[in-house]
Structure formats: C-alpha cells, structure tokens
Design a protein around this ligand. Structure first.
Ligand SMILES: NC(=O)c1ccc[n+]([C@@H]2O[C@H](COP(=O)([O-])OP(=O)(O)OC[C@H]3O[C@@H](n4cnc5c(N)ncnc54)[C@H](O)[C@@H]3O)[C@@H](O)[C@H]2O)c1
Length: 286
C-alpha cells in the first residue's frame, strides 16, 4: 500500500515468522531484529518519515510460557524503535496493537475504545504498555501516534501461530486431507477481520496523518463452531469436526466496536466473514 502511494518502503524484519517471498517487489528488506542496538544505523541511513510498527512476538500462549521473551521483543523492541525516533524525528508512528488481547472479559460487547483495558496475558499487557511508551514519546518529541487495535485478523499467507491462527490452521488441515480439532466446546466468540480491510485502514490513517486509538474489527461475533461450519461451506466439504480439550487462559468473547474508524473513513464497510474466507481460499488455491 505504501509503494502504491509512491512512497519508499523499507521493511525491518528478522524473518522469525515472516517470509522473504512475501516482501513486495520494490520494497527494501533490512534483515534485523527490532531489539538490535544497531537499529539506529537504519534510521541514519533511511531517515524514515513514518514508522509503521507491526513486528512482534505474536503468540499469546508463548507469552505466558516465555514472558521474558515476549517482553524483550514487544516491550523493549518498541522502546528501541522509539529511542531511534528520539534522535531522528518522524512524522507519524503507527502501532499494531490488539483489541483481541487488551480488553479482557467483562467489558461491553461490541467493545469500544473507551472500555477499560485489562489484558489477560503478557502479550496483551506488553501491547498496552507499548501504547503507553509510544504516547509518551509522541508527546515529548512531537510526532503523531496512531494505535490500531486489531480484532482477530485472517487472510492469505497467514502465520498460524498468531492471534487468529485458527483459520489458517483449519484451512491447512482441511487442504491437506487432515481433520481440524476444535478446542473445548467451540463456544468462544471472536471478531474475524480480513487483512485487506487492515490495509485500507492503515492507508487511510497514514494518508490523513490521524492520531488516536482505533479498534479495527467487524463488530460481528462468530463462535469457533460457526467458523468451522463456514469454512466447510466455503470449501464445499462436509465432515464432523471433533472437539479436544479446552485451552485455558483465553477470554470467552472478543468483539470490537470499530465505529470510530468506520465513521472517520466515511462509512467504510468491513468484509463479511464468508466473503473474506472465500477470498482467502481463492488466493491460497485450495
Ligand atoms: N493476527 C492477528 O490476529 C493480530 C491481532 C492483533 C494484533 N496483531 C499484531 O499485528 C502484527 C502482525 O502480526 P501477524 O499476525 O501478521 O504476525 P506475523 O508473525 O505474520 O508477523 C510478525 C512479523 O514480525 C517479525 N518479527 C517478529 N519478531 C521480530 C523481531 N524481534 N525483530 C524484527 N522482526 C520481528 C516476524 O518475522 C513477522 O514478519 C503484530 O504486531 C501483532 O501483534 C495481529
């Protein structure tokens, strides 16, 4: 999206889960860890005007098993980037935060940005702390801070270990003749948002240079059982999907009220789940 807008695009990624073949033609890859003290050399070389920070340890369960690692990447990595912005002023800093992991249970549904943030994981806590760090640097050093609190994102070429890995895992199993397993009763409710909609939102918020916090989700909740049915329908398949043990520590329901960004974008319509699943399957060639 930045290339299409005529910008020069430098991607900093350590390729821990990212793949070289997903780097778009025309973008320049700097293979580096965001916690690397040498990150500043990259700022010296390219003088970025906009920093769009999406690099992260994205596995919520791993954050509970290896909290120090999650904190190293998601908290100190963000701080390392901000230290570069202290010495090399940027115009705007966009941050991929998490509406799925920040709010926790017991909030109004669909959940608006003003709801109390009470994360239930180290991952969610570090995302919330990351927002705080960025806000304080933005105030001190005079740049625009834009927080994108994503719901459960899905789409082609997805990392199955991230927050909304269920779609990618189910698709992979069904495509290779395997049988997916639903953890627990399958009644947990999530807000699945198509990656193409994130591109539109990022493009808009960058072009307008808007600051503030924006939920990015459809406002529609889907249980894992219903998701499994939708996936089977999209693939024109029928089968009984078995249930396995529940995974503890996950909230029961997460659905976001994204009216703030929808209205800012003049009534943007998020892609319905059935359409997004069909597009994902088409691109992945199932
Ligand atoms: N997928 C979701 O449902 C979801 C929901 C909310 C927020 N997010 C956020 O969106 C962003 C992208 O997530 P994703 O789901 O596309 O996951 P992903 O794993 O596909 O993307 C993360 C990227 O960060 C890179 N990376 C990881 N650690 C790094 C490090 N130390 N230094 C440099 N690069 C590093 C990885 O190689 C990868 O390219 C993340 O910040 C994530 O927390 C995702």
């Amino acid at each position: 999206m930045y290339l299409a807008g005529g910008h020069r695009l430098i991607i900093v990624d350590n390729l821990s889960t990212g793949k070289r073949q997903n780097i778009p033609a025309g973008a320049e890859l700097v293979e580096m860890d965001i916690t690397d003290p040498g990150l500043e050399k990259m700022f010296d070389r390219f003088h970025p005007e906009v920093v769009n920070h999406h690099a992260a340890q994205v596995n919520l369960r791993r954050s509970m098993e290896e909290p120090l690692f999650d904190t190293e990447v998601n908290y100190f990595g963000t701080l390392n980037l901000l230290e570069c912005c202290r010495r090399h002023p940027v115009r705007q800093f966009l941050f991929a935060s998490s509406g799925g992991a920040i709010y926790g249970d017991g909030v109004v549904v669909p959940t608006p940005e003003k709801a109390l943030a009470r994360p239930m994981s180290v991952y969610g806590t570090n995302k919330l702390c990351g927002e705080g760090l960025i806000r304080s640097y933005a105030e001190e050093f005079g740049f625009t801070a834009t927080f994108l609190r994503y719901a459960n994102v899905y789409g082609p070429r997805q990392n199955p270990h991230g927050e909304a890995g269920v779609i990618s895992i189910f698709l992979d199993r069904l495509r290779t003749g395997g049988v997916p397993v639903i953890n627990g009763t399958g009644d947990k409710v999530r807000d699945y948002v198509f990656v193409g909609d994130l591109v539109a939102v990022n493009r808009f918020l960058t072009a307008k240079g808007l600051d503030g916090t924006y939920n990015v989700g459809t406002g529609t909740g889907t249980t894992v059982n219903a998701l499994a049915r939708d996936l089977l329908a999209a693939l024109d398949m029928t089968m009984e999907i078995p249930h396995g043990p529940d995974k503890p520590g996950e909230q029961a329901i997460s659905v976001l009220d994204a009216s703030r960004v929808r209205e800012a974008m003049g009534g943007f319509a998020f892609t319905p789940l059935a359409e997004g699943l069909a597009r994902t399957i088409r691109v992945e060639g199932t």
